[in-house]
Design a protein around this ligand. Structure first.
Ligand code: PLP
Length: 220
């Protein structure tokens, strides 16, 4: 467990970027991690967690939420429209709004439920066919579609290509964030969160550096 070490590195990155200490939210990405590891981080006092699957989050978090006050959950993985209502009931923030059909569903459900999680729009900065997200040049149009549906977007989110320097992608995200005057920005993972902070990330998503490597069960 190295929550403390990561918090210190995050603060050092904020300091060297001349940003306020604590201005970046550290999302502890607990997907796939065994419950003991997650609970250890809860016991250290951390309350902000990220999951990438709705079902897995439902298996884990309702109970933890009963035992620990103030938990905030972030959905960071792809969301199917048929799971949107469930996701809106459990998650405080959704980082993976990536298509118009989902925006329409969220807008309708938000009217219906009278509440909506904070939303990030996922941008496929690397133009990778296997990755979700809109193309960077679609950002303006997408944001205005959302505005016309009364769907408030807090910021952009990206997952840079695995084998490229993330910094190029972070710079593009910072430019788009400035251009559209968005208040928040979700980028940076275990390998590159300090670089992300340097480029204005307000939310970093850190998994393995906090919890250790994810051990995936062998496929049946
Ligand atoms: C798994 C995941 C992370 C965390 O990755 P680490 O490399 O373990 O820090 C961050 N963001 C998203 C979208 C993820 O799916």
């Amino acid at each position: 467990m190295s929550l403390d070490a990561i918090v210190k590195r995050l603060e050092a990155a904020e300091r060297s970027a001349n940003r306020d200490i604590g201005s970046t939210e550290l999302i502890a990405v607990s997907k796939v991690q065994p419950n003991e590891r997650v609970e250890a981080v809860l016991q250290e006092g951390h309350r902000i967690f990220g999951e990438n699957r709705v079902q897995e989050a439902y298996d884990k978090w309702p109970q933890f939420k009963e035992s620990y006050e103030g938990v905030k959950l972030h959905l960071i993985g792809p969301l199917q429209t048929n799971k949107a209502r469930q996701a809106m009931q459990l998650f405080d923030v959704i980082h993976s709004l990536d298509r118009l059909k989902l925006a329409k569903t969220l807008a309708r459900l938000a009217q219906d439920m009278g509440t909506c999680p904070d939303l990030f729009l996922q941008v496929n900065t690397g133009r990778e066919p296997q990755k979700s997200g809109i193309m960077p040049e679609e950002t303006e149009g997408f944001l205005s579609e959302c505005a016309s549906m009364d769907l408030s977007i807090k910021g952009l989110m990206c997952i840079p290509p695995a084998h490229e320097a993330a910094e190029t992608h972070f710079k593009l995200m910072a430019e788009l964030t400035r251009e559209f005057a968005l208040p928040q920005l979700s980028m940076g993972m275990s390998e590159d969160f300090e670089t992300a902070v340097q480029h204005g990330a307000t939310h970093v998503r850190v998994g393995s550096a906090i919890f250790g490597a994810r051990v995936y069960a062998a496929k049946q």
